[in-house]
Design a protein around this ligand. Sequence first.
Ligand code: HSE
Length: 319
Amino acid sequence: MKAAYQEATAFAPATVANVACGFDVLGFALESPGDEVTVHVTRKPGVQIIAVESDNGLPTSHLPLHPHKNTAGGAILALLEGIQAKFGVEVHIRKRMPAGSGMGSSAASAAAAVVAVNALLEEPLALEQLVDFGMKGEAIASGSEHADNVAPAIIGGIVLIRGYHPIDLVRIDPPNNLYCTIIRPHCAISTKAARELLPKQIPLQTAITQWGNLAGLIAGLIRGDDGLIARSLHDVIVEPYRAALIPGFYALKEAALNAGALGCSISGSGPSLFALSTSENIARAVGTAMYAVCADMHIDSTVYVSRLAHGGSRVLSVH
Ligand code: HSE
């Protein structure tokens, strides 16, 4: 396949994976922040990552430029191979959230990358079809192909991954009143390490509690039933293990619930926490309360408040 355009830029948003009770099978997109990726066609096949910049325009020193080790690079390589591309690309990545934050940073770069390359080709693939390629990039960062960040980062909304073999995505429109607060303590957790500490088997009773919560959460989101959402936003499998990686986790969660959040848990593999609230005012109060807890512990943090986004990645320019 040949490129129809020379250069394209795409945006992909931050995402919250797991959403408490849906480890590896549920995630949603935020409106902001998000990463931007520009791809430029080259005659030389393959992928060359030219630059990875952070918010302030400075290069990030810790993210690899080798395409096989970079989530955007790996996703593009898989896509170029999948479509038997007759061209290569140079890639410029602008990060708006740090890696290892639990906000789907690696997925956002992979998602924006495949959406930008698809734009060069006049979009032969539907957004859903790009998820498989995005997952190949995500696997570089986490050591496993999971779609609960990359699928919402690409297609937007709340996404249930009903199955992986083959991938079966169920997109749910977010209720319009729901706002998400994220607090990102300024430290990093490797998703790979946070996956390795999870148990390989769980007791049946624990599984029953979790799948009741997951089904309840999905039903609550579809019905817009805030009470059901609040009763369901509990994670009895992963959170008890990963909480220990996040300083003050239980104090932060308590502060969010006391400030009026429907529920609060770890965003992805952490260290960020997310909380869902029924208005922007409550979501901001939740952010203020959690920020104060971090400040008391002398931990710097950043708070983000966003609606749950209906859209995911979008093409910003193509020519
Ligand atoms: N479901 C993944 C995990 C998301 O929790 O390991 C990582 O962002």
